[in-house]
Design a protein around this ligand. Structure first.
Ligand SMILES: Nc1ncnc2c1ncn2[C@@H]1O[C@H](COP(=O)(O)OP(=O)(O)OP(=O)(O)O)[C@@H](O)[C@H]1O
Ligand SMILES: C=C(C)CCOP(=O)(O)O
Length: 259
């Protein structure tokens, strides 16, 4: 079995939020400017050598979430309807293909890794996610940029549920021993109740009141779920908006640091 943590430098794990790269309220619509700017920042950072090994994860935005909510599927509600699984996975593969295409146009050696084909969730409300990392680690070692995405996931006792990009980020960061983790969305960081960016979060209780759910169709929990998951990591995690992506990739602080 491949040891996902063995060998060279720890990677950076970056999530491009669905709200950044799609228009979240219009089914299967890209946010062209948001996606292009994000792909430019990734390509620039790799070309400048600011990042050596990078794993990208993207969210569902108006591709995955609309199909998932139409079929009543979420991270906790499963389906045994193959048409529903095909609708959610198919939409995510269409979005993934667009992301890959734009990265490759900029010289980024981006290749897909589809979680539905790899991962499984154990039975129960907090069933553990098993995401084998051999393919991602090997692709990284061979110089590729693996690009994963929120997807359907086989779930014991519940058919297929949704795995969010945020959950994948946590699994990847832990399993690959990530150096830094970035979550890029449309908000410039985690905001307090006055709308100001919280610079640093060390525990959930301190910010719980300020963290609402997502403001668009989102079956996987929005900002509160994001912060909870990122707090569990060894590596420092940052939540930032599009403007923070370049600085984050250059190793600077951006948005909110969660550690
Ligand atoms: N305290 C908060 N600070 C910042 N954003 C918040 C807060 N509370 C709720 N939000 C909402 O969280 C959303 C960002 O999370 P969301 O999951 O929608 O983004 P995403 O990761 O880009 O999308 P996706 O899940 O499709 O990948 C914003 O739309 C914002 O309105
Ligand atoms: C709805 C699907 C399939 C993807 C969910 O991923 P997220 O947008 O990262 O929460």
């Amino acid at each position: 079995m491949t040891d996902a943590r063995a060998g060279s430098d720890p990677p950076v794990v970056l999530k491009l939020g669905g709200s950044l790269i799609t228009e979240k309220d219009r089914p299967e619509t890209l946010d062209e400017a948001g996606l292009d700017a994000a792909c430019d920042a990734v390509a620039d950072a790799l070309a400048a050598g600011a990042v050596d090994r990078l794993v990208v994860v993207h969210g569902g935005g108006s591709f995955g979430h609309h199909h998932a909510s139409e079929h009543g599927v979420s991270t906790t509600e499963g389906t045994r309807n193959a048409e529903a699984v095909a609708a959610v996975h198919g939409a995510m593969k269409r979005l993934n293909a667009r992301v890959l295409e734009r990265l490759r146009e900029r010289g980024v050696p981006a290749v897909p890794v589809h979680p539905l084909s790899l991962a499984a969730r154990a039975e129960g409300a907090d069933g553990d996610l098993d995401l084998p990392l051999g393919s991602t680690a090997t692709l990284l070692g061979e110089g590729f940029v693996p690009v994963l995405h929120g997807d359907g996931v086989a779930t014991a006792g519940d058919g297929v549920t949704v795995v969010s990009g945020d959950e994948l980020v946590v699994e990847l960061a832990t399993g690959l021993g990530a150096r830094r983790v970035g979550v890029c969305s449309t908000v410039s960081g985690v905001l307090d109740s006055d709308g100001n960016v919280i610079r640093e979060i060390g525990e959930f209780a301190a910010v719980a009141d300020a963290l609402g759910a997502s403001d668009a169709t989102d079956v996987s929990g929005g900002m509160a779920a994001k912060v909870r998951e990122l707090l569990g990591l060894d590596a420092p995690a940052y939540v930032f908006g599009g403007d923070g992506l370049g600085p984050f990739l250059r190793g600077e602080d951006a948005g909110t640091r969660i550690d």
